[in-house]
Design a protein around this ligand. Structure first.
Ligand SMILES: [Fe+2]
Length: 208
């Protein structure tokens, strides 16, 4: 069965000026759809991977050194996870998540500063991540399509897409403004808290 473009968990105009519906038209409707189409085309003649889940395809492509298939399939997963990390309703971390953020960073504000520094400082295209490392929460980033799916022990909690296509229509070259706006107003902290179970990878997987 071919992979599909997951529906957005909110309307395209739900974020108003923070993320415009035009950005969703391109980012979800063109870029994410393009990764789905290219992955499906590549798998049409690949009997070995037919029927495998998305995360199995990503891992197999990485192991086999099939760089294009890895990039396309990893970008399906990365974007599927990213949409879930966003919420048009402003939220705050609470409970166990809030306590872990304080333990790991001192405060939510210190954590957001560290995340922003990593995300703005990341050279060229990629993804900034909050990941679970034992009882700690850490900030990191990965280049291009690289993904926690293939990094043993890197349990994803939250991501921001820092490819230019994620923000250029709304913020032009202002990556920092995009990051500030989303961190302040659009993080789905309930989803981040769910991922403290270490099963974040499974939440953007799909059957093949
Ligand atoms: Fe993207």
């Amino acid at each position: 069965m071919p992979f599909i473009l997951p529906d957005l968990p909110y309307g395209k105009d739900a974020f108003r000026e923070i993320i415009s519906s035009e950005t969703f038209d391109y980012h979800h409707g063109k870029h994410h759809q393009g990764y789905v189409d290219k992955t499906n085309n590549a798998l049409e003649d690949n009997g070995e991977l037919s029927g495998k889940s998305l995360t199995e395809v990503i891992k197999a492509a990485r192991e086999a050194g099939e760089i294009k298939l890895f990039n396309w399939s990893a970008q399906i997963w990365n974007h599927s996870f990213y949409w879930k990390c966003l919420s048009p309703d402003r939220q705050n971390p609470s409970g166990k998540l809030a306590a872990m953020i304080e333990d790991s960073f001192g405060s939510k504000s210190d954590m957001l500063d560290a995340f922003k520094e990593e995300a703005t400082g990341h050279f060229a295209s990629g993804w900034a991540w909050l990941v679970l490392d034992g009882d700690d929460i850490k900030v990191t980033s990965l280049h291009d399509a690289d993904t926690p799916v293939v990094h043993e022990g890197m349990k994803p909690l939250f991501t921001l897409d820092v490819w230019e296509h994620a923000y250029y229509l709304d913020y032009q070259n202002g990556r920092g403004d995009y990051i500030d706006a989303l961190l302040e107003n659009a993080v789905n902290w309930e989803f981040v808290a769910q991922n403290l179970d270490g099963k974040g990878v499974s939440r953007a997987d799909q059957d093949g």
